[in-house]
Design a protein around this ligand. Sequence first.
Ligand code: ADP
Ligand code: MG
Length: 753
Amino acid sequence: PVDRLAEIQEARLKLPVLAEEHVIMEAVRENPCVVLCGETGSGKTTQVPQFLYEAGYASGSGIIGVTEPRRVAAVSMSHRVATEMNLPTGVVSYQIRYEGNVTDGTKIKFMTDGVLLKEIQKDFLLQRYSVVIIDEAHERSVYTDILIGLLSRIVPLRNKRAMPMKLVIMSATLRVEDFTQNQRLFPAPPPVVKVDARQFPVTVHFNKRTAMEDYTGEAFRKTCKIHRMLPSGGILVFLTGQAEVHSLCRRLRRAFPYKPNRECTGEPNTHTHTPGIPSKCPALPRIDLDNYSALPVEEGDEGDDEEEEDGDEVSDLDLGDNPDDYDEKSDPSIPLYVLPLYSLLAPEQQAKVFRPAPAGTRLCVVATNVAETSLTIPGVRYVVDCGRVKKRFYDRVTGVSSFKVTWTSQASANQRAGRAGRTEPGHCYRLYSSAVFSDFSLFSEAEITRRPVDDLVLQMKDLNIQKVVNFPFPTPPSSEALAAAEQLLVSLGALEEPPREGRVIDLKRARLSCPITPLGRAMAAFPVSPRYAKMLALGQQQDCMPYVIAVVAAMTVREIFDDLDRPVAKDEDGEKVGQRRARLAQNKRLWAGQGQSLLLGDLMVMLGAVGACEFAGCTPKFCEENGLRYKAMLEIRRLRGQLTNAVNAVCPDVGVFVDGKMPPPTPTQVQCLRQVVLSGLGDHLARRVQSEELLDPKWRNGYKTPLLDEPVFIHPSSALFKTLPEFVVYQEVTETTKMYMRGVCAVEADWIP
Ligand code: ADP
Ligand code: MG
């Protein structure tokens, strides 16, 4: 029996999902798997776990598990459900990557989808759970898709062994055919229960002209207009990232101050430091390619979706220097209560959006995508939609990801509009034209079809899923993507070579069922793509681990130098920019060093930059003066911390820590690093064209690679431009005036397998 407060009980009864409790629970009783569709805000996430609890699904030894694609939802929903049920957080708990409040007495556990995936690695039958709810399935996150595939097999297995288990898939849209009409996934289609939400009409207003570059400025002007001219009701603004959210919050607070705003800027640390240059050292050891640790992990990677987007602190860079900030005169007579909302925001800050705005003010929430379906903000009557979303894109060559802002889909634009009609009729202002809207794709694609899958294939092999092609994906990745992934993993030593038989059968087939190696298991524990995981797995030799971590972090963050043909902003002093570039070129020479360290090439430059920047306290000023991108340096810092934790979890005896004052590597360590880098980039090998091979002048100073017919070159900005070593490995090739290698490191002929 649950003892709820009267006011909570009253609020619950207004939720559409309450009217369907009976239907939902009967469907769950009668079927192993049920799909539940209901508008955002209808009460799925907060109420369905309570229905299951009250029906006794957590009264035996099993508990109720709920997965969320976003950490923010896992944390805030567990708090909300604990409050509603009047139970302590030791009973209604959450677990996200490195943090949680789960106890032995936990009955309802909210977690990210990645956390449950890791639990399946330890106990394939998920015996702790009597029911698993997959929430926000419409988001089609990679881990959610894989979980649904795995659970479609786990649930029947549990039932066969007389340890029955239930699966509930919840979606905010009716587009669930990928789950229900997929014979391979569910031979008998699971029943779909629909919850009709009371949705008030929302009038959609398109802009005549689409706001192109300055959509945040347009969002600002639109919000000001709404606040000045339209009747009461909360405003919800959709932007794409933290920095944008904070910048708009500041402008709105300045325009309609609710409280005097105190802003302070700390005194930046102005120390500079350059790592010394180690001298040459002749006899250097070789690393042992079989020396790695393969202990099981406790807690690993998870879908780090848009949460990893951009550093909060970064927004302080644009503090008030923009003349646009003053385009609205400050008007304290109509205060606006402005709140930011995004994934990384602290839970107590997030909780503010659920509380009523102070008397005499209007609520205005400036949010990223989290407000689209994960969280429902009460009292919203106006939505301002920029029409964009920040998405992760993957580099086909490196597998390294980056965030880009693109148009959203029609389905999500309509979800956003729907946020305005929860409590009364509302309005949605789209900062783009109806013509642009009609060009949006209808739905967002499942994430799994948009990215390389070598990391997923490795995770699945780590789950002992041999034939990944046969896995019941809700939407399968292309067979080319799967084959490419498997091939790369074989070459990295993460999967066993397919057996060579007398006659060649079907190579593609054979490759697609290669079993995982112990090295592959070690690699599977690191939250970076397999190439870089391999470097980490081999990194503890010669006390190299801190350097391998720093280099991997720097290599997986893009554009750490602020030099590449960046257009000079109109308010910038051309002379100053020239000086800064000269300074960077000088720094790069310094960071590259000489002798052994120079042979580490561009990676030594990265290592030197990270070392110098950390030594100076990683301040915006230091970065600005030394040609480094502050945002990138912050990201590297975060990643170093995360990778250090992961390494310690896999091999506790290494005991590595993040050293802000890391000394430069010794020549022995540099050589070890070069071999470690080669171990991950072995298929990105290039050989300088020999003079006797020089038939065509276009090959002068060029390099041959196994993949390309054309020569590739070392860029003039590379540390190895003048050295032109015989063998190099590179991170990627980009084509500008020529095909240039980026991230170049020299290797020795006798290291090449
Ligand atoms: P769904 O999962 O169907 O989108 P939810 O269960 O998340 O719906 O939300 C149901 C209702 O509970 C919403 O109207 C929302 O405003 C309210 N709610 C959710 N979390 C909180 C909270 N922390 N404080 C107050 N109200 C909340
Ligand atoms: Mg929900």
